[in-house]
Write a protein that binds this ligand. Structure first.
Ligand code: 0GY
Length: 307
């Protein structure tokens, strides 16, 4: 398969927004290099190589201190590229893995030693084949004693069907459930409408549920130029602002943010990572909210021993 997505931005701009000291990019990926870490045969897209060295250079350029490297579906359950990034990060990266029910306790333990702190369950039909919920619950039960959490990726229209599963993990197993990209709301719908309301209810009623307020470039319909009529709501990805800001302000201690570099499987436009950082003060409008989002929360979840 040829690469079927855009290459990442070759020379992102220097952000005008200075992230607080110790900031964590809590959602990013490494891919390949394919010659060393081949992509999964069952993948639904083929990314470009995006190495740990390039990721760490971007981290430094944008002013971040640490990364959380999240396993993406194009590497399937083969976590070697992600683990290789962690063990070569001088302790500045932790990870989220994908595993099957056949994973052994020894492998889980080895990944823990490397810095893995969570597993990811992906529910997007365009990205993965179906896995029964019993299997996912079994995996969640096995990682809970390690103190790991579960990262979930789904689209807003699928939340009703997934609700019982998420609450079983967050309430019965008492495991933190981190939702990628706000559960992918349809930002053309009202922020006060029933669809996003259900996601807010999930967070309100289940204190173990967290949200990444990342990926405006995936969710936005108004796009990176912000040509939406000007005024207070103009600017890049302005239609995503009310959604992310609402979550940050309602649940300031349970939000995370990441660049999503190198933006796999993104069609249309490739974001300038510096501009994504400049989006941050629009959704976290005070220094206190910014510190919680970028430092306190990710440190509590991924480096709890330093708290
Ligand atoms: C993301 C988003 C996407 C891809 C994956 O695991 C993946 O392949 O998460 C997507 O296509 O929306 O967060 O990287």
């Amino acid at each position: 398969m040829d690469p079927d997505w855009l290459p990442f931005h070759p020379n992102p701009s220097k952000p005008a927004f200075k992230v607080p000291a110790g900031a964590v990019d809590a959602h990013c990926h490494v891919f390949g290099p394919a010659a060393q870490f081949p992509f999964a045969p069952e993948r639904k897209y083929t990314p470009c190589d995006a190495s740990k060295g390039q990721l760490f250079a971007l981290r430094d350029f944008l002013g971040f201190s640490r990364n959380v490297v999240v396993q993406a579906t194009c590497h399937g359950n083969d976590n070697r590229a992600m683990v290789d990034a962690l063990v070569n990060s001088q302790g500045k990266a932790r990870g989220v893995a994908s595993v099957g029910r056949d994973v052994t306790d020894d492998v889980l333990q080895a990944m823990h030693m490397a810095g893995v702190r969570g597993v990811r369950f992906n529910f997007l039909k365009r990205l993965v084949d179906f896995t029964p919920k019993e299997v996912l619950l079994e995996i969640a039960g096995r990682i809970a004693p390690l103190g790991w959490h579960v990262v979930v990726y789904f689209e807003a229209q699928d939340l009703p069907e997934l609700w019982d599963f998420f609450t079983a993990v967050s309430d019965n197993l008492a495991t933190t459930v981190v939702v990628d990209h706000m559960g992918r709301p349809d930002v053309a719908k009202p922020v006060d409408g029933p669809e996003f309301g259900l996601f807010l209810k999930l967070m309100r009623e289940h204190p173990n549920v967290w949200s990444k307020v990342s990926c405006p470039e995936r969710l936005s319909k108004s796009g990176p130029t912000g040509e939406d009529g000007g005024g207070a709501l103009s600017g890049p990805y302005s239609d995503v602002v009310p959604f992310a800001k609402r979550i940050v302000e309602a649940f300031p201690d349970r939000v995370l943010w990441g660049t999503d570099w190198p933006h796999p499987n993104l069609k249309g436009h490739m974001p300038d990572d510096g501009k994504l950082v400049d989006f941050l003060p629009r959704i976290a409008v005070t220094p206190e909210l910014q510190r919680k989002l970028l430092v306190d929360n990710p440190m509590r979840l991924y480096w709890p021993e330093e708290n």
